[in-house]
Design a protein around this ligand. Structure first.
Ligand code: FE2
Length: 189
């Protein structure tokens, strides 16, 4: 079995997986926006959809720079071919599917908002890990423009994560807690 011993090939693979991840996020975000109640959260998700569409474009640029559209990646067999199977990022698919299960649950608006923030942060953290790794490979390979583009998206993902943390801390989670207390006391009387 051929070994994946070429860092550039590994980077191309990771960029393709990121492309798949961003596409899945673009598909998932409208339902999350729909299910959210807090206007600030809805707005943050809407803004992140716009940014994610730009990130997908940026990955096209990266792929162009890497020559990922050439069929050289596909010529590899063995381990790489297995990893490329379906070209779908299953890590992101798992996170999104967990989120969808959560959104199908019956819960108060406030608790649902807290769950949506939690799910969104899992998405962001996964992306931060993947972009951070890809950026490091690009630096090791001396691919300055690729590194710059990946660093730009990495920064945006970190900012999105911080915005979600601020939303959670600035009230959404407290509202969820207050809602729970209110319904507990109304049950008591
Ligand atoms: Fe993203």
């Amino acid at each position: 079995m051929e070994q994946m011993n070429d860092l550039r090939t590994l980077l191309k693979h990771d960029v393709m997986m990121l492309q798949s991840a961003e596409e899945q996020i673009i598909e998932a975000l409208p339902a999350m926006m729909e299910r959210a109640s807090n206007p600030d959260l809805k707005e943050a998700l809407r803004e992140h959809l716009r940014i994610t569409q730009q990130q997908r474009q940026r990955l096209n640029q990266v792929q162009g720079l890497l020559g990922a559209d050439e069929d050289d990646v596909m010529r590899h067999s063995g381990l790489l071919a297995n990893l490329m199977g379906g070209m779908k990022c299953k890590g992101m698919a798992g996170i999104i599917s967990e989120g969808e299960k959560m959104m199908a649950e019956d819960m108060s608006d406030e608790v649902m908002d807290a769950a949506i923030i939690g799910g969104s942060q899992k998405i962001e953290h996964f992306e931060i890990a993947c972009y951070g790794t890809a950026k490091t490979y690009a630096r090791q390979l001396g691919l300055e423009e690729v590194e710059r583009l990946l660093a730009q998206t990495l920064q945006e993902e970190k900012e999105a994560d911080e915005r979600l943390t601020m939303l959670a801390e600035s009230g959404v989670n407290q509202q969820a807690e207050a809602g729970a207390l209110a319904s507990a006391s109304s049950n008591r009387y």
